[in-house]
Design a protein around this ligand. Structure first.
Ligand code: NI
Length: 134
């Protein structure tokens, strides 16, 4: 599976964007994900796509992680054509699904899901064809 992005927790979105831009990344528009309680911005540097994520409320899906990790990358997201089939394949091979598959407003409404693996930690799947994300 091709990598779509690296998910990167940041405490302060604007401060982080400024520092990433100073390292050569593009600016990215911030999208609010009200279901997950987070703000998201995708920034690019060459072939690398980084998803900056910061919680805007206490009960966000990343508030617990944020306390542990502070500013840190924490997941890789992979592109798959059939999300349900891929979840079935991975969960049959030791991955544990974390929550239901849900549309991601910051990725044009493509469905995403998170899974845990004892040897890899957290991964994300986004449903679509590689061409959708070019
Ligand atoms: Ni992600």
């Amino acid at each position: 599976m091709k990598v779509h992005h690296v998910g990167y927790l940041v405490k302060d979105m604007e401060a982080a964007k400024k520092e990433f831009m100073a390292l050569g990344y593009s600016d990215g528009e911030v999208t609010r994900d009200e279901y997950r309680g987070i703000d998201i911005a995708f920034i690019h540097n060459g072939g690398y796509c980084v998803e900056l994520i910061t919680p805007y409320r206490e009960d966000s899906t990343v508030s617990g992680l944020m306390k542990k990790l502070k500013n840190s990358p924490y997941h890789l997201c992979y592109i798959c054509e059939n999300l349900d089939a891929e979840v079935e394949r991975l969960t049959a091979n030791g991955y544990v699904q974390m929550g239901e598959a849900k549309e991601a407003p910051a990725i044009d409404g493509h469905r995403v899901v998170f899974l845990m693996n004892g040897s890899l930690g957290m991964i994300e799947l986004v449903e679509g064809n590689e061409g959708d994300f070019a």
